[in-house]
Write a protein that binds this ligand. Structure first.
Ligand code: FES
Length: 115
């Protein structure tokens, strides 16, 4: 699978300047609304749309179990896998994060015609 790797921060050390734990940054990359958050387990990127009824997940909050909790009906989703941890068989879209000496990048899957 090919990805477009989009730089978000210049260096890993800089993410504390922009992203505090359990807060959110909203971005629109390649037409996709993406939310970034940081927990004790790392930095995670996911689609900012709840698969249940479309609420903005960035208006929710992170749990101590590394989940994002939807603000509307309180369904929860694992930030790493995207799988629902309550509320049924839904899953959120997740995006890979890559950190190296050049910075922190989010991977957006290339469309079939771009690869
Ligand atoms: S809209 Fe998110 S749980 Fe219903």
């Amino acid at each position: 699978m090919d990805y477009h790797w989009i730089k978000i921060f210049e260096k890993e050390e800089n993410d504390d300047d922009y992203l505090l734990k359990n807060t959110f940054i909203n971005l629109e990359l390649k037409g996709e609304k993406i939310c970034i958050t940081k927990t004790d387990l790392g930095i995670f990127a996911f689609g900012d749309k709840c698969p249940h009824n479309g609420a903005s997940l960035s208006k929710g909050f992170c749990s101590k179990k590394n989940e994002i909790i939807c603000p509307l009906h309180r369904y929860s989703f694992d930030l790493k896998s995207g799988k629902a941890t309550s509320g049924g068989a839904f899953a959120i879209k997740t995006y890979p994060i890559k950190i190296n000496e050049e910075g922190l990048f989010i991977g957006i899957k290339a469309k079939w015609w771009e690869s």
